[in-house]
Design a protein around this ligand. Structure first.
Ligand code: PLP
Length: 376
């Protein structure tokens, strides 16, 4: 059996958790949390990183920090995880869906300007599969139209665009450390603040709307309710697990990139004759080996491939169901058509890819895909 994703227990996790207990602190903002945040700030180059209990929580914090409120609009892709939109809908905003590029499956930057109206507050590029969006155009539209750029870099930890880490380009970046991501704490994430003026408020919003972080640093004698906020601080237990993975970030990245390269090599002839389409990386992007997907010619062929792999004990999956096609969206904001999103979402399949995938397992998956197309 080859699962879609398998967790690696690297070894020191339980000792690190024990260390947190011995230090007498398992709630958030302890030694491991601070170590993780400092590591992320150094490695990615952001002004401030704050761990969160999920990528979703980071997006929800971003919506608060960007001042999104009832009646506002936010430009997001429909081809994304539900939280990219829901974080803003929670604040009473309306998602304005942008189609994706057929090559990267990221927001089509050439369409953004036309979607901006008087109520638009933010644009949320999703760096799908850890591949950069067309940031030049997005930054340009945002500057001209006065929008906050919030990067959904949930899949993009340690990926770059012209040497800049994804998530550090807009005012705010959101990472996910869910178990399916390159580095993980089970459930978790981080908000990256690239604009100094957001840092103090972000600490408050994450600490239930109080100045507790300042209290812990001895800057105030009591902590008080000073703003809106929620419980968006993860525990030291999760941070201890993340720390073990961050320390191995180079090895994890290297292995994932090697597995992607091996898949690409195995499917080169299928790509050359147009049987499948493999991920592409324009815009001088430097991806992080997050995902291996294939785009097939039809939905029926995609479904048959998933069943073929399943019958051989290999779990392959598809995603996303376009947000604009959900009943939730149609009932609230009416039907709409996004042709590229609709086409790619029906033809995409994701193959097993995780740090612990062995070479024989990877060859077995590649062989089973090739077998499906009648290739040896
Ligand atoms: C593009 C994107 N945004 C947001 C999220 C939400 O992250 P989390 O599952 O950590 O809440 C995900 C998770 O898969 C994602 O892929």
């Amino acid at each position: 059996m080859i699962p879609f994703n398998r967790q690696t227990l690297y070894g020191p996790e339980l000792d690190c958790i024990r260390e947190a207990y011995e230090r007498g602190r398992t709630c958030g903002d302890g030694e491991f949390g601070r170590r993780c945040e400092a590591f992320i700030e150094r490695r990615l180059g952001c002004r401030k990183a704050l761990l969160t209990p999920s990528g979703t929580a980071a997006l929800e914090m971003a919506a608060v920090l960007a001042g999104v409120g009832p009646g506002d609009e936010v430009v997001v892709p429909s081809y994304t995880f539900v939280s990219t939109a829901n974080a803003f809908v929670l604040r009473g905003a309306r998602p304005v869906f942008c189609d994706v590029r057929p090559d990267t499956l990221c927001m089509d930057e050439s369409l953004v300007d036309a979607l901006v109206g008087p109520r638009t507050r933010a644009v949320v590029p999703v760096h799908y599969a850890g591949v950069a969006c067309g940031m030049d155009s997005i930054l340009d539209v945002a500057a001209r139209r006065g929008l906050v750029v919030i990067e959904d870099a949930a899949q993009a930890f340690d990926a770059r665009w012209r040497g800049r880490a994804l998530g550090t380009i807009g005012a705010i970046g959101c990472l996910s450390f869910h178990e399916t991501k390159n580095v993980s704490m089970g459930e978790g994430g981080a908000i990256l603040l690239n604009d100094e003026s957001l840092v103090e408020r972000a600490e408050i919003v994450r600490e239930k709307g109080t100045d507790r972080s300042r209290f812990f640093r001895g800057q105030v004698d009591k902590y008080r309710w000073v703003d809106v906020g929620s419980s968006w601080l993860p525990s030291e237990i999760s941070a201890a697990v993340l720390w073990v993975q961050l320390e191995r970030a180079d090895a994890i990245r290297e292995r994932r990139l090697a597995l992607v390269a091996a898949y690409r090599e195995a499917f080169a002839d299928l790509e050359a004759d147009g049987t499948v389409r493999l991920p592409v990386t324009p815009f001088q992007a430097d991806p992080n080996g997050h995902m291996m997907y294939l785009l097939l010619r039809t939905e029926a062929e995609r479904d048959r491939l998933i069943a073929h792999l399943g019958s051989r004990g290999i779990t392959a999956v598809f995603h996303y169901v376009p947000l604009h096609e959900s009943a939730f969206c149609r009932e609230r904001w009416g039907a709409m058509s996004l042709p590229v999103t609709e086409s790619v979402s029906r033809r995409l399949v994701r193959l097993p890819l995780f740090h612990g995938l062995t070479d024989p397992e990877q060859r077995e998956v590649a062989g089973a895909v090739r077998g499906f197309f009648g290739r040896s």
